[in-house]
Design a protein around this ligand. Structure first.
Ligand SMILES: Nc1ncnc2c1ncn2[C@@H]1O[C@H](COP(=O)(O)OP(=O)(O)O)[C@@H](O)[C@H]1O
Ligand SMILES: [Mg+2]
Length: 265
């Protein structure tokens, strides 16, 4: 039997005991994607349970961003299926909207509107997308600004904040939409080292509250502390996936070993 397009994860991956149905937050089955001729995702199979925290690492260009961007349809896959919160991603725009409402995203660059105050950045989507009255949106925004520990910055503009503070605003902005799932794409990699900790602490507290999280990051301390599973990607494939302890102490694949030796030293 040919294994190439099998929907079953390769034997090399450990069994993941996922209860069927409602407990699944995100499922990718046999997902392939091309940019023109370039085969960027090759047979990606991944099932994420509700409340699970997944850390994705791997060399630059391995397809990490593409994979998580496919989950909220910022990128389109060409083969296989992606189901998010029970909704399959197709070209149906209504479904894409539904999914985007459930999935928050936080990027390397914070993408805040520079001409709006912090509070206005946070209330924009709740007011215009969720049709929330301004007063309620303000309250909600202040709630999440307190959560990321910068309520005193509410009336400032993004340019007046440090990178770490701006990234926490970006996280608060995503939380204002009450997402069920949060995607992070290297949220700390553009920050000065002294600001990484405050952003990671915000992410840890989100994890402790039970948020389902997929995080592309090379912060391996974070991975050890909060991840249920760590995934290593290379050249468009999931090469290895394991619990953090086993992943770091006993990587199976040569490419994983090489990668870990490079980033841990
Ligand atoms: N819009 C695009 N068009 C063509 N190639 C792209 C595009 N976006 C990314 N790529 C290529 O796809 C590969 C994977 O990119 P990406 O998912 O950003 O990797 P990673 O996040 O792991 O660094 C890279 O070789 C990149 O150059
Ligand atoms: Mg990337």
């Amino acid at each position: 039997m040919s294994d190439t397009h099998s929907i079953v994860p390769p034997d090399a991956l450990p069994a993941v005991h996922t209860p069927p149905g409602k407990d699944v937050a995100v499922e990718l089955v046999g997902v392939h994607k091309w940019y023109g001729e370039f085969h960027v995702l090759k047979d990606i199979n991944l099932k994420v349970r509700r409340g699970e925290r997944i850390v994705i690492c791997g060399p630059s260009g391995s397809g990490k961003s593409t994979m998580i961007r496919c989950i909220n349809r910022l990128e389109e896959h060409q083969q296989g299926t992606i189901v998010v919160d029970g909704i399959e991603l197709t070209n149906d725009l209504k479904r894409i909207d539904e999914i985007r409402r459930e999935v928050g995203m936080c990027f390397q660059h914070f993408n805040l509107f520079p001409h709006l105050t912090i509070l206005e950045n946070l209330t924009l989507a709740p007011i215009w997308v969720r049709k929330m009255p301004k007063k309620d949106a303000d309250e909600l925004a202040m709630h999440f600004l307190r959560k990321v520990k910068i309520p005193e910055q509410a009336t400032k503009y993004p340019g007046q904040l440090s990178g770490g503070q701006q990234q926490r605003v970006a996280i608060a902005r995503a939380l204002c939409m009450k997402p069920k799932i949060m995607l992070f794409d290297e949220p700390t990699s553009a920050l000065d080292p002294e600001m990484v900790k405050e952003v990671l602490e915000t992410m840890v507290s989100l994890a402790e509250e039970g948020m389902t999280m997929l995080c592309v990051t090379h912060e391996m301390g974070f991975a050890r502390q909060v991840a249920n599973r760590v995934i290593f990607m290379d050249a468009g494939q999931i090469i290895e996936m394991n619990e953090p302890e086993a992943f770091f102490s006993n990587p199976q694949h040569e490419r994983t070993k090489l990668f870990l030796s490079q980033i841990l030293h």
